[in-house]
Design a protein around this ligand. Structure first.
Ligand code: ZN
Length: 504
């Protein structure tokens, strides 16, 4: 029945909730802008002050959705005809607002502020420890973050799921660790036997070609992202140590990457990854900004778009049929003696490596599973911060047969835990599965994309994704969306098949 059938009190309550939700989102977007600044151009001396700014905003944001008035307004809306159609924007928003209110009720403002402050400082300490290649410079900070995250998890899990599930819920609502374990067991079991047949014996041809100036790398990435569909009138591309996407608000979506002179693949593929996040956010329904309908529902969905553009599209032969001549012109005289086939083989090279962000598509998922296992043990208290480095290195030996060359290539390579993001890593592997499912379904609906890609036309795929994923905003969970778009349950089948198709 929706808004028209609802009584006046409910309509007013809902309108007031929208107003309060938008206000809260505006505050949140100020924090996002601060984060962008912090990770791109802020001088190191600003960190202490920044940690206080972020703590204050986090505290106010939290308090805003904890007010008893919110609960009253939600009860009025929930008892009305606004909820009749569960997929209407009103019903979706009210459900998600209630979820957030329940979550905030369980947390003290002091804890929320302390987490924001500590994580800001911990990220800074993490970067210093990375520079020094010394995990034990960071370990005391990880201890502090972990202590706070355990308090948060325990408070959230009260009478509900396990502590780790409570953290996972922030990124992938409704999904439990036990379900992920089943999916990952199936995926891991299928991937491990594929590594050897797919392992490439040819040397990494691309790194033999000498340094490529960062300016040329940047021009190539700007060209590629623009051709694919990133709108630079409503977005930016900057550089940062750890690539990320900051969605400041409608009309201002910022992506970053990290250019390395000795190997262009780092900046380029990280850039395509963030492009995927950026395309999603640029296409979210503006009319719903500041409400759950105007935001992606799950990080697994968001990561699926990052991984889709980075890998499924960005490492495809037809993608490079179009972009390789452009790359050659930009990077000349480098790559003059490299053929298209050799180049595409090199960017698809499968070989176990120490770094997640540099990993090939097949072994990447094993990197995720290692982190999923370690972070669960950290939260459960079964693994101490002191023993983490050893556990990390042992896992890499066991899973990928690799010995760490130092902490920067090992336990200090990902900043997620320093930022308090426990429960985030599994969304990358979920994203890989979803990306494979969506791409397969898009080609089933529209036919093969390769002829268009080879001409630099990505609009068919982008439009399909806009309609099936981006404009839906927060309407569906990842499982519901995958089913609606592909007719199949979320799972590893399509991803595994895409790898098997490559094996000799
Ligand atoms: Zn991502």
């Amino acid at each position: 029945m929706g808004v028209r059938g609802a009584d006046q009190a409910a309509v007013h309550a809902y309108a007031e909730l929208v107003r309060l939700s938008r206000e809260r989102a505006l505050l949140g977007s100020c924090a996002t802008l601060l984060e962008w600044d912090e990770d791109t151009i802020m001088p190191a001396g600003g960190i202490e002050h920044r940690s206080q700014q972020r703590a204050l905003i986090a505290g106010i944001e939290h308090e805003r959705w904890r007010d008893p008035k919110i609960g009253e307004l939600l009860s009025i809306a929930e008892a009305s005809a606004l909820m009749d159609d569960p997929l209407s924007p009103e019903a979706v928003n009210v459900r998600e607002w209630r979820r957030l209110a329940r979550r905030n009720e369980k947390l003290d403002r002091t804890l929320v502020e302390e987490l924001a402050r500590t994580c800001t400082l911990a990220q800074h300490a993490f970067a210093r420890a990375q520079d020094a290649d010394d995990y034990f410079l960071f370990a005391p900070w990880l201890d502090k973050v972990l202590l706070l995250k355990r308090l948060e998890a325990t408070a959230l899990a009260r009478g509900d799921a396990g502590a780790y599930d409570a953290l996972l819920d922030e990124y992938e609502p409704g999904v439990r660790a036990a379900e992920l374990e089943i999916l990952f067991a199936e995926l891991g079991g299928a991937l491990r036997p594929l590594i050897d047949p797919l392992r490439s014996s040819e040397p990494h041809a691309l790194s033999l070609l000498g340094p490529i100036p960062v300016d040329a790398q940047r021009r190539l990435l700007e060209r590629a992202t623009e051709v694919i569909g990133f709108d630079y009138r409503r977005g930016r591309l900057d550089e940062s140590q750890h690539p990320f996407t900051a969605s400041i608000g409608p009309g201002d979506i910022r992506i970053t990457t990290r250019f390395v002179p000795g190997d262009f693949t780092e900046g380029f593929f990280c850039g395509l990854h963030e492009l995927g996040h950026g395309l999603y956010d640029q296409a979210l329904p503006v009319e719903h900004f500041g409400t759950p309908m105007g935001d992606a529902r799950s990080l697994g969905l968001h990561e699926s778009q990052a991984r889709l553009w980075e890998n499924v599209v960005g490492r495809r032969f037809s993608f490079w049929e179009y972009f390789f001549p452009i790359l050659r012109a930009e990077f000349a005289p480098a790559f003059a003696d490299v053929g298209l086939e050799q180049f595409v083989r090199a960017v698809n090279r499968v070989t176990p490596s120490l770094r997640r962000t540099r990993a090939d598509e097949v072994t990447y998922n094993l990197h995720v599973m290692i982190r999923f296992d370690l972070e669960r043990r950290l939260i459960a208290g079964d693994l101490s911060v002191r023993d983490l480095r050893e556990a990390w290195n042992a896992a890499y030996e066991r899973e990928l047969g690799l010995t760490s060359r130092g902490d920067r290539e090992g336990v200090l390579q990902d900043g997620h835990w320093s930022a308090g993001m426990f429960g985030y890593f599994p969304t990358y592997a979920l994203g890989n599965m979803i990306a494979a499912q969506l791409f397969e379904a898009a080609q089933r609906d529209l036919g093969a994309f390769d002829v268009a890609f080879a001409c630099g036309d990505f609009s068919g795929l982008l439009e399909w994704l806009r309609a099936q994923v981006y404009v839906r905003g927060g309407q569906l969970s990842s499982g519901e969306l995958v089913r609606a778009a592909t007719g199949e349950a979320l799972g590893p089948r399509a991803l595994i098949e895409s790898f098997r198709a490559r094996a000799p």
